[in-house]
Design a protein around this ligand. Structure first.
Ligand SMILES: *Cc1c(COP(=O)(O)O)cnc(C)c1O
Length: 348
């Protein structure tokens, strides 16, 4: 498959900005009009008066070691948000090209596509929240440049079947698999499949299992030509020095990540059992993520009543297939107990 032909012609031709720090990261640096006297935040490591590495070599090689994917197959962005945005800007010509969404799913795909003025085609998941492959293939046409698959899916909490995702990879389109919740599923990543599938992009983030939502770091794995297009389109210094250093250090704390991950999984089990027997709960869906999808009777009222008691969950009821569904993040044991106890008190 020739994925170059899926790229917008102007991006294929684009001559990217050439930044000073691309050539030299050390020496007597008089090339970038930085302030050699230092920053106005003295004592901060790394020193902030210098522009950061535009190609994030240290960070990408650490991500490479951790994930068994070569650094040349990794793109790093300001959260998955930036990765999604750049993918759409690389592949979707405004007004002409489309993205295909498998809904209900993460809302950012639709927003980012709308910002680019790309068309949005949508196809529903099945009743058990899997890809309806025949329906997706029927919805597909030559204008579709990206198919977004979220696995485990937000807000339905389940993994999508790998064979269905790979089936979509036979279509002439980029297939993005958003693995934001991958760590909570305990199954192999699709990252290894990028070698066999030149149109597959696998997205990750440090916002969930790594506990770094405030740092804003997302990344993706893909064929080298796709990574090269993304690098051309991104802002030269998209990952700032503080974010880069924080992410690099945190990625050395694999065991700490694993410890909190295990605690979240314990809490997920406990919370699912507790919620299942609460009044007006009809179903707690199985979860491969760090949240639970809960079908209730009168979800909107429950949502408001909880919010009045300062317990904030997400009401997903207006989305297709999610009538009367709340999405509840697994918190600490104290937070989960507060949710369960408050629910028992105020919901009859
Ligand atoms: C939370 C989440 C992300 C993370 O986005 P960041 O911009 O990296 O914080 C990505 N995808 C999905 C489906 C999510 O739910």
């Amino acid at each position: 498959m020739d994925t170059d032909s899926l790229v917008r012609p102007n991006i294929r031709m684009l001559k990217p900005y050439h930044s000073a720090r691309q050539d030299f990261l050390s020496g007597i640096l008089l090339d970038a009009n930085e302030n050699s006297f230092g920053s106005t935040l003295p004592g901060v490591t790394p020193p902030l008066n210098r522009y950061p590495d535009p190609s994030q070599q240290a960070l990408r090689s650490r991500l490479s070691e951790l994930n068994g994917v070569p650094a040349g197959n990794i793109f790093v962005g300001v959260g998955s948000d930036e990765v999604i945005d750049i993918l759409i800007r690389v592949f979707c010509e405004p007004e002409r090209d489309s993205v295909l969404l498998l809904e209900p799913t993460y809302g950012m795909y639709r927003v980012a596509a709308s910002v680019q003025n790309a068309n949005i085609l949508s196809c529903l998941l099945t009743e058990d929240f899997q890809i309806d492959v025949p329906a997706a293939k029927k919805a597909f046409n030559a204008s579709v440049k990206i198919i977004f698959c979220c696995s485990p899916n937000n807000p339905t909490a389940n993994l999508l079947r790998t064979e269905d995702i790979l089936d979509l990879c036979t279509l002439n389109s980029i297939v993005v698999v958003d693995e934001a919740y991958f760590d909570f599923a305990g199954t192999p990543s699709l990252a290894v499949q990028i070698e066999k599938h030149p149109n597959l992009v696998v997205m990750r983030t440090l916002s969930k299992a790594w506990g770094l939502a405030g740092v804003r770091l997302g990344f993706c794995f893909a064929a080298q030509n796709i990574i090269a297009y993304m690098m051309k389109v991104k802002a030269p210094y998209n990952i700032n020095a503080l974010t880069g250093a924080a992410a690099f250090t945190a990625l050395g704390n694999v065991r700490l990540m694993q410890t909190t991950l295990d605690r979240i999984l314990d809490e997920r089990r406990w919370l699912a059992g507790q919620i299942a027997v609460l009044p007006r709960v009809r179903k707690v869906y199985p979860s491969d993520a760090n949240f639970l999808l809960v079908r209730c009777t009168g979800a909107a009222d429950i949502y408001s009543a909880l919010a009045e008691k300062n317990i904030i969950v997400r009401n997903r009821s207006t989305e297709p297939l999610l009538d009367n569904c709340l999405r509840i993040t697994v918190g600490t044991h104290e937070e989960n107990e507060a949710l369960v106890n408050t629910w028992k008190e105020i919901i009859g």
